[in-house]
Ligand binder design. Structure first.
Ligand code: HEM
Length: 405
């Protein structure tokens, strides 16, 4: 029988090294844990995490973002609820789907991917994390916003500090201070650009945000600045991990890599399975608005609930053989995987379902296609075994590969 002691603490080095055995123990024997250090209730079963995200009866809010991210971004869409959230979401969502995505931003995505691959396509070797994944999505967002390419290194530094702040579960004061400094630096950088752009609108995403209007509501300079800050982190780090993970998964399953290489229409399947098997974001929090019963236990009102996406996505009650990476599995739907009807939890579900899911899909599809074209006999460097890193967000630390140029 499993006991409390046998489930490794989510802040322990053992958990960070490999959370998956711990996730299984939690689902099996401790599906609701009070975690003293993070002052939160941890849930791990698919049915519980799905219920909290969908929140059909209004029992959960996203007020937790008041302390989780407002100190670094300012107030963002993630914290809003009800009509305020719906209006704000309607302002920004069109830029991330449909004709804006296909016509305006797909060329930006393709160009940024190509430019990065050009730096290593003739060399026969690359680190797909350092040379590609950590740069590509952040370059895309900066370019979509119409910001200066020369500033990309700065964006990368900012989003790294912001993600560290979000994942600072143990409360390291230096990490907290670096995150808060980012808010000041980003505002100093961004506010003058927003003011200038308002008077000089173009075809870029920042101009769209400046001009967007729903029911007579516009975004203030501060709103736009906070949203851009969120975009750098929400769209940078996550897609970075997604690209690294899809390649790690395929390189470790060479038959599936060969299948995707031969039939590129399998890329969305491989991406959906990657999101299930190794989600970029392993945990998302919510706050209870009332007393709630989950997996037989009680959560009081006003409590923080930590939803373990990484655990729920491997729930054996939901997926057959869940610890197996299998792009051909029939219990995961690819057609809905990038919409709020998804049957994995990597983008959350419900009102706050990732607004950038289709953009992420476009980036991953473009990236995988171009990399496979550039690297015909792609393989991991001899003897290299990918190591995942991170507890809040997670992905391979590095991915050295070899190929015939
Ligand atoms: C594979 C890549 C991605 C993953 C795994 C991911 C994951 C998530 C998750 C889990 C949420 C829900 C947060 C919550 O409910 O508390 C979310 C929301 C959000 N994501 Fe993503 N994301 C990805 C890519 C992107 C991209 C590319 C963008 C845009 C550039 C983006 C922008 C956003 C925004 C703005 C929200 C807030 C939506 C709202 O509050 O209504 N994400 N994402």
């Amino acid at each position: 029988m499993s006991t409390a002691q046998q489930v490794p603490d989510i802040l322990s080095p053992e958990f960070a090294a490999d959370p998956y055995p711990a996730y299984r123990l939690m689902r099996d024997s401790r599906p609701l844990i009070w975690h003293e250090a993070t002052q939160s209730y941890i849930i791990s079963r698919y049915e519980d995490v799905e219920r909290v995200f969908k929140d059909k009866s209004g029992q959960f809010s996203t007020d937790n973002y008041d302390w989780q991210i407002e100190p670094v971004h300012g107030r963002t869409i993630l914290q809003l609820s009800g009509r305020e959230h719906a209006v704000r979401r309607a302002l920004v969502a069109p830029a991330f789907r449909g004709s804006d995505l296909q016509e305006k931003f797909l060329p930006v995505i393709e160009r940024n991917s190509r430019e990065l691959i050009d730096t290593f396509r003739h060399t026969g070797s690359a680190d797909l994390v350092a040379d590609y994944a950590t740069r590509f999505p952040v370059n895309v967002i900066a370019d979509m916003l119409g910001l200066d390419k020369a500033d990309h290194a700065r964006f990368h530094r900012w989003y790294t500090a912001v993600i560290a702040f979000l994942g600072n579960l143990s409360g390291d004061p230096e990490v907290a201070a670096a995150g808060e400094r980012t808010r000041v630096e980003f505002a100093e950088y961004m506010l003058p650009i927003i003011r200038e752009r308002r008077g000089n609108l173009g075809g870029d995403l920042l101009s769209t945000l400046c001009a967007a209007e729903v029911d007579g509501v516009r975004m203030s300079d501060e709103d736009i600045k906070a949203f851009c800050s969120l975009l750098l982190a929400a769209g940078g780090e996550t897609t970075d991990k997604a690209i690294a993970s899809i390649f790690a998964n395929l390189l470790l399953h060479t038959d599936q890599l060969a299948a995707v290489r031969a039939d590129r229409s399998l890329i969305p399947r491989a991406f959906a399975e990657t999101l299930r098997y190794t989600p970029p974001v392993h945990m998302i929090m919510r706050q209870s608005t009332t007393e709630v019963t989950l997996s037989g236990g009680t959560v009081p009102p006003g409590a923080t609930v930590t939803c373990l996406i990484g655990a729920a996505n491997r729930d054996e009650k939901r997926y057959r053989d869940p610890d197996r990476f299998d792009i051909f599995r029939d219990d995961l739907t690819t057609t809905t995987a990038f919409s709020a009807a998804a049957d994995h939890l990597a983008f959350a579900l419900g009102r706050h379902f990732c607004v950038g899911a289709l953009l992420a899909r476009a980036e991953v599809e473009t990236g995988v296609n171009q990399l496979l074209d550039a690297m015909p006999d792609l393989r991991l460097a001899d003897g290299f075994d990918p190591v995942e890193q991170g507890v809040f967000t997670r992905g391979p630390q590095s991915l050295p590969v070899r190929f015939t140029p």
